[in-house]
Write a protein that binds this ligand. Sequence first.
Ligand code: ATP
Ligand code: MG
Length: 556
Amino acid sequence: MSESPKSDFIREIIAADLASGKHPKIITRFPPEPNGYLHLGHARAICLNFGIAEENAASGARCHLRFDDTNPEKEETEYVESIKADVKWLGFEWGENLFFASDYFEFYYECAVHLIKNGLAYVDEQSAEQIKETRGNLTVPGTPSPHRERTVEENLALFSKMRAGGFEEGEAVLRAKIDMASPNIVLRDPVLYRVLKASHHNTGEAWCLYPMYDFAHPLEDAHEHVTHSLCTLEFEIHRPFYDWVIENCPVPAKPRQIEFSRLNFTYTIMSKRKLLTLVKEGHVSGWDDPRMPTLSGARRRGIPAIAIRKLCEKTGITKFQGVTDIAQLEFEIRDHLNTVAPRRMAVLDPLKLVIGNLPAGQSEDIELDNHPKDPAMGTRVVKLSREVWIEADDFMEVPEKKFYRLGPGRHVRLRGGYIVKCTGFEKDASGKITQVNCEYLPGTIGADAPEGVECRAAIHWVSAEHGVEAEVRLYDRLFTVEDPDAAEGGFVTVINPDSLKSIEAWVEPALLDVEPEWNCQFERLGYFVADRVDQQPGVKAVFNRTVGLRDSWAKK
Ligand code: ATP
Ligand code: MG
């Protein structure tokens, strides 16, 4: 990529470590827990870690994709596969560097034994509640466990018994022996291992004790010789324990943890647990529902990966926790699609326009440019016939001020084709306009309006005879409020009831044949994508609205 060099406090640290020779080669990692699909927030961590590896590729830098699958309870292979697909889609490659933290279970265990031998860990048989109660708080120091002073031999025997299944869940844990009076509560003898008689997707029934995240994570990093372990700000308070583990365990490398702020958006929730609720309770059709802030939802929505990468680049890496306006992402989407998306015509709210002086059964070829500013995108031919569909709101029986489109006696250009003059209209019993009649002005294709004819607008249209029907899904923001997490009744109570409107529309016939994930602009309407799942070329056209042409929320 030939973009301007990126800079932030983490990249400065890395550049300095390379310059000083502290690390000849940089290794980062992106360590998702496979307990859900990746979301837009993860994109920041992915772009940072893989981005740094790419930028330093000349010195052999690399980024590991490591599944942090040490917790047997919530993890599924479906998530592993979706995470891989999403990282690739975003535009990054891990190559050979695909790892599973569960492959190192034996190593964590050895480290724990090492700690015990050095008098730095002990088996505690207090209940989880007792441990919590005796941890103290910000003003009260913790109370040492009655088992804290067990001998090394005793601890080794008890830890072996834990591994052998001699304890039931909750009966025993292994704790680090650090400082029950530490001002940092994380350091008050944190739990390293707990008994869990659960089956693990990778190791099956081999283990009945599992390491805690805070213990396993630094060991995973060290085991992989990660140089810079980049994580989000909530881990800042855990850093002293991270360093303690690295200092006191027999590790082959000494990674450094550096924290940065999370990416959050307005009108969006981001925690995997909450996203799972949306899926499970059926508020959305699945993890990849185009309204979901997941990467697979964004992809299905038609959001280009590069728009997400650009957003990550522009919002940068800092220590300041802010909330990014979702409109900023929408800006990047429009900015990119405006350049690359071919133009097509579709009518979402059809009203029939009958061109009286064009004989039935006859049609004319109209050549249209595929992009107004990019001749390289070529042209296409669409048929103009006696009956065409236009948008209902492109006609007004009594035109308002500044309305320059169709009305009785008025002229408008059919995009790329003739200027037509409205000669009348028809209504049904309820007063609804059912048809507009007009006549075309010969010789006006590609030519200015004749003398005395006022024509100030062009409207899009689809031949009623040649067009095809398509299912069009109009998506809007999933939540009605800026901060759904803060909603009194919970985020579920502020779901936007109009976040999905599915309609039957008329589109140019060639749109029936496009492949899933093909993006275009429906002229005057917005950017749309052929649905990844439901579009069936030649059989069924299904389009999703990615985003409108303008920010319709800015006015609200
Ligand atoms: P969540 O809290 O949303 O469920 P998580 O942090 O539990 O996410 P992990 O699978 O542990 O999810 O995340 C993998 C990596 O992505 C971690 O290094 C984490 O710090 C980073 N990450 C997660 N959410 C964000 C975010 N909103 N912005 C930036 N990085 C994030
Ligand atoms: Mg997590």
